[in-house]
Design a binder for this molecule. Sequence first.
Ligand SMILES: C[S@@+](CC[C@H](N)C(=O)[O-])C[C@H]1O[C@@H](n2cnc3c(N)ncnc32)[C@H](O)[C@@H]1O
Length: 257
Amino acid sequence: MSFLSEIIICPVCNRALNTIAENCEFCASFDPKQLEQVNSWIDLTPPISIQKKPLRTEIFRSFWISFFYEKILPPIWALGLRNYGGGIDQEIKEVLNYFGSNLKIVLDLSCGTGIMARSLAQSQLYEHTLAIDYSETMLAVLQQEIIKAKISHLNLTAIRADVEALPLQDNSIDAIYCGAAMHCWENPDLAIQNIYRVLRSGGKLYLTTFLQPLPSLIFRFFSPQELNEIFSNAGFLKDSLAIQSRGVYGIVKCTKD
Ligand SMILES: C[S@@+](CC[C@H](N)C(=O)[O-])C[C@H]1O[C@@H](n2cnc3c(N)ncnc32)[C@H](O)[C@@H]1O
């Protein structure tokens, strides 16, 4: 899995994790062998992230939310909340179609239990799929599902990381899917800047989130205009940006110039 050491960086000092640590506590304590023998997720959360995040992020670290996430939510989405009832299955078809084939590394960011990551890996259209989430309990469920589905760690690597300190090299990822997560992040502007940074030129992003008029009580919901600003401020050119509303479900598709 040597390619992992080429694309993964330290979430604190941003240097490649296989370089000699100089004055970086995270690098000094990280064993690069973890990048070679992956049989669980790799933890790349910076120490600062151990501090509590807002409830809209922390809630997904609860065992019970993660345990039931995949069993309870997909049928609810299919009633109409996600994709007018097409739910996650429709999204998987759209994403596979949008990404196309012959890509090297695709990423399911804020993957939750990794429904999309598993589908990307099982499609065999890509050399490698990365699944990143901040919640260790979500990743534990993903781990069980990877074993159940007999997906090899040679095809799918799970990483615990914070989208706001994304431990990936610039221009290293061919396509990113990010489903129903932006409204859960603490700092969406910083997160989208990171997504822009790690996508390679010509790389595609397919991102979904829930929209106003849903009220921002726990989660932070966006208007299409706000999304437009956040993505263009991060560097995505306005004419590469397509923002679609399906009721209160928003889909952003864009390509890095
Ligand atoms: C509503 S779930 C969506 C899961 C999945 N992508 C889906 O489409 O169903 C939101 C996910 O975002 C993750 N998340 C929240 N804040 C994050 C952060 N700062 N970095 C990475 N993931 C984060 C949560 O742990 C949770 O798994």
